[in-house]
Design a protein around this ligand. Structure first.
Ligand code: HEC
Ligand code: HEC
Length: 150
């Protein structure tokens, strides 16, 4: 089971997966071409402010959002490795995920993630969003979240 397919399960209930043009704007240097040091600067100057804005709009507790919010211990040991085991792990299959979001609180979060966090982050990184046919290696929930065991 490809865990990235959870991103597709989200498409059953969010509007962000339609045919609209998500082509990232042309920018001088794309994340993928940056050195590690350039990525640190980009995260600090671009990703943090942009993502904090949407997280705070969802829940004011994110006023204290920091690198650790996404990177967990990776922001402390300096690796910034993703996905982060400190972000709540998601269920391991599409079926389990559909079960998981029957909890309205999980649904509320999954909707925020699917409509805002996932597409915004992919745009900022200038990478394609995961799609099983057109972008099987694309950016998905699983670039940030680990998954629980089956
Ligand atoms: C909203 C979530 C989020 C926040 C907040 C965030 N990052 Fe990131 N960061 C990511 C994602 C996603 C990646 C790319 C992972 C991938 O390539 O799949 C990344 C990648 C990185 C990388 C590159 C890692 C590598 O292996 O090359 C560095 C360095 C980094 N972040 C530093 C930071 C710093 C410093 C901060 C705080 C100023 C920060 N990040 C805040 C989500 C975040
Ligand atoms: C850029 C990184 C990133 C991406 C991409 C992402 N998430 Fe998240 N997600 C987070 C962070 C960070 C939190 C935890 C916020 C906190 O500290 O409470 C979170 C929290 C959640 C939660 C709440 C979990 C809990 O028990 O508190 C759910 C559910 C969730 N995400 C689902 C998803 C789904 C589904 C996708 C894909 C559509 C997704 N996320 C994509 C970073 C991400």
């Amino acid at each position: 089971m490809n865990m990235k397919r959870i991103s597709m399960a989200v498409c059953l209930f969010v509007a962000a997966c339609g045919g609209e043009d998500n082509e990232p704007a042309a920018e001088p240097l794309a994340y993928e071409d940056m050195s590690f040091a350039e990525r640190v600067v980009f995260m600090n100057d671009v990703v943090m402010p942009e993502m904090k804005e949407i997280f705070v709009a969802f829940d004011p507790k994110f006023e204290t959002m920091a690198c650790t919010t996404c990177h967990g211990n990776g922001a402390i040991d300096g690796t910034y490795a993703m996905p982060s085991p400190q972000i709540a792990p998601l269920p391991p299959s599409e079926e389990a995920f559909l079960e998981y979001i029957k909890d309205p609180e999980h649904m509320r979060w999954a909707q925020f993630m699917g409509e805002q966090v996932w597409p915004r982050m992919a745009d900022l990184l200038q990478v394609e969003k995961y799609d099983p046919t057109t972008a099987p290696n694309g950016f998905s929930c699983s670039n940030c979240h680990t998954h629980t065991a089956e």
